[in-house]
Design a protein around this ligand. Sequence first.
Ligand SMILES: NC(=O)c1ccc[n+]([C@@H]2O[C@H](COP(=O)([O-])OP(=O)(O)OC[C@H]3O[C@@H](n4cnc5c(N)ncnc54)[C@H](OP(=O)(O)O)[C@@H]3O)[C@@H](O)[C@H]2O)c1
Length: 293
Amino acid sequence: MTKPALLVTGASGQLGRRVVELLLEKGATSIIAATRDPEKLSPLARKGAIARKADFDDPASLEKAFHGADRLLLISTDAIGRRVGQHKNAIDAAKKAGVKHIVYTSLINPENSPAVFAPEHIVTEKMLKDSGIGHTILRNNIYTDMLLMKLPHVISSGTLGALAGNGGVGYVTREDCARAAAAALSASGNESLTYEITGPAVVTYTDLAAIASAIGGKPVAYVAVAPEILRKAFSPAYAELLVSLEYTIAQGKLAVSTNDVKKLTGRDPQAAADFLAQHRAALLEAPQKKAVS
Ligand SMILES: NC(=O)c1ccc[n+]([C@@H]2O[C@H](COP(=O)([O-])OP(=O)(O)OC[C@H]3O[C@@H](n4cnc5c(N)ncnc54)[C@H](OP(=O)(O)O)[C@@H]3O)[C@@H](O)[C@H]2O)c1
């Protein structure tokens, strides 16, 4: 029996690229890496992936790109505010191309979430359910990797400022998200399933201050800040995103930790403290960008 053709959209993004690498490492033979800019995929093409142009803003490109694919990983785009139309174009094209299963990267607990990036995930999940195509929804928690931007300033200033009370997050590494996505894409079942992709524990800002203190070798205090501080420090759109994320954390919407990564990959997800310790050198570098601690 021939192996199903697996297609990864957004294959030049950080998550997509890693999923393609993992599929190649596993020995999958028919991998289509779809991206807006196939030139960026030359290294993956040299390893055996088929690079194709696919832009969710250009439906004609999608029909061509998805031709012959059996299972497709739809990576949510970073174009917050325009994603419903983009994801609709991708699902419609997958249907026309005869794709049998779609794996989608969603968000943990998107229902009634204050996060500005949540509603598009709810609509996309509904579009998938209505599509009649078998699908796997991967509700990813926040990447532990995102802390690499925040913590250098925290460590150098000795202050972790946030407005999330004592809410916590089941941070999950991008690597574990990639492993989970590669496993779901290369699975053989066609049932429609939802997984909550999280790290092994919920980490509060108090915990994070302790982790930052251990890495920096000096005290780090967690202090509550008002939303205005964030609004002053960043551009309006980015500040709204951050403030809405903080409220989402404060409400406990991201305080989710499951063993779904292990269910899918056979391996425990990496703890945030271990991931951050691994990146100690980067965290101790002088912060380059303006950041709110
Ligand atoms: N859980 C979290 O903490 C977290 C954090 C940030 C983002 N996210 C979400 O997870 C996704 C993947 O994360 P990442 O770290 O890989 O982000 P990233 O490196 O910023 O990648 C952005 C992705 O969006 C794709 N994209 C943008 N516009 C597109 C279009 N018109 N058509 C098709 N694809 C388009 C890119 O594909 P190409 O460049 O290859 O075309 C790329 O895969 C993000 O796009 C975002 O939805 C999650």
